[in-house]
Design a protein around this ligand. Structure first.
Ligand code: ADP
Length: 363
């Protein structure tokens, strides 16, 4: 039911931007059950031609998509919180003013393919027309420069002395690896990392972005906690293999984000199985079967995708040509992952309240 509602809402386009109402962040208070759908449309320009017809268009799209008996309620609200404000944490918003959704990509354990997934997810989102930025915050072992063939890249600074991210394959990229010598960074402690990242993010010229993906260092310790508290996060994506030891750490990741009130928008199971090229259809579950999928279910978060273990993906990483930029089966896997991720973020934004309640506390 919820999927049908989201499909229907994606057909309602705001003509000036060419973006659907979910992507524009115009849908709030979304509440769906078997018998009814209700939502609030937040009109960012109440005087526009679209504002005059938007409510009818949304009702019409929902009516066409849903069974006859389903009750549909579409309210309209003025922009108390317009797009871009939706998921930002108070006081941190000014750090990334043009960014709609900042997502942290985390893993409990190292080596599960977090950076591989982040880079390819970013490329896949960009191929779907989103404006995407990518930040590698892993000062101890930045891998993004290698994966994107940017080992020798040095970001430039504009006249306002703001850092210009490197543009490649439709995404804007900054890696701590561009700026910090990893050998020197090993002695950094949490507060240093946090202030470096704040500076690094805040002084960069990102422009307007739909998604900024942030590759966190592996683990769920002090450093990760400091970073997620530094940046206004819309949500977190957790990458894990199906293996028990990785899952235990992924669970800690979920707990860490809950602790700081960052919603986990989903989980990605990487290295989910191996299908030998000479025996198509035959799957080997080298690290266990469906472990991350089951963890996602247990934790009540969406499973965004399962990526098999495949040699061309590893080769693509090593050669600096992300596989998601191609047109083979790997690109299709990341295309599906990107769709699910965007949808999960939009869904979460759509269920937020239309206007912030102001609480007055009396002592
Ligand atoms: P992390 O960021 O979690 O430390 P990486 O993304 O650096 O992990 O991946 C670790 C290694 O595994 C890399 O050599 C990468 O190329 C490889 N790898 C990751 N995912 C896959 C996969 N699905 N299939 C094949 N190799 C993979």
């Amino acid at each position: 039911m919820l999927d049908r509602v989201l499909d229907a809402l994606e057909t309602v386009i705001e003509p000036d931007s060419g973006e659907h109402v979910l992507r524009r962040g115009m849908v709030r208070d979304l509440d769906v059950d078997d018998a009814s759908v209700s939502l609030t449309l937040v009109l960012d320009d109440p005087g526009s031609a679209f504002a005059a017809t938007a409510q009818r268009e949304v009702e019409h799209a929902l009516r066409a998509a849903l069974a006859d008996g389903v009750q549909i309620g579409v309210a309209v609200d003025n922009p108390v919180i317009g797009f871009g404000d939706d998921l930002q944490v108070d006081g941190k918003k000014e750090l990334l003013p043009g960014v709609r959704h900042t997502l942290a990509v985390a893993s409990g354990k190292g080596g599960v393919g977090k950076s591989t997934v982040t880079v390819n997810l970013a490329v896949a989102l960009a191929r779907q027309g989103y404006r995407v930025g990518l930040v590698d915050t892993d000062i101890y072992g930045p891998s993004m420069p290698v994966m994107l063939g940017l080992e020798t890249a040095k970001p430039r600074v504009n006249e306002q002395r703001r850092i210009l991210p490197i543009e490649t394959r439709g995404i804007k990229v900054l890696s701590m690896g561009f700026l910090v010598d990893p050998d020197k960074a090993v002695i950094w402690r949490g507060p240093m990392v946090s202030s470096a990242i704040r500076q690094f993010l805040g002084e960069a010229e990102w422009g307007d972005l739909d998604f900024l993906l942030m590759d966190l260092p592996p683990g769920t310790g002090d450093i990760q906690l400091t970073i997620v508290q530094t940046v206004p996060l819309a949500g977190a994506v957790i990458v894990s293999t199906p293996q028990k030891v990785a899952l235990a750490d992924a669970r800690k990741g979920v707990a860490m984000f809950r602790q700081v009130d960052v919603p986990v928008v989903g989980m990605v199971e990487n290295m989910a199985w191996f299908e030998p090229p000479d025996a198509p259809g035959k799957r080997y579950f080298l690290f266990g079967e469906n472990g991350a999928a089951e963890l996602a279910q247990e934790e009540g978060v969406p499973l965004l995708g399962q990526i098999p273990l495949q040699q061309p993906l590893r080769e693509a990483c090593d050669s600096g040509e992300p596989a998601a930029a191609g047109d083979g089966p790997i690109a299709a896997q990341f295309d599906a992952l990107a769709r699910n991720t965007a949808r999960s973020v939009f869904r979460r934004a759509a269920t937020l309240p239309a206007s912030k309640k102001i609480e007055i506390l009396y002592k």
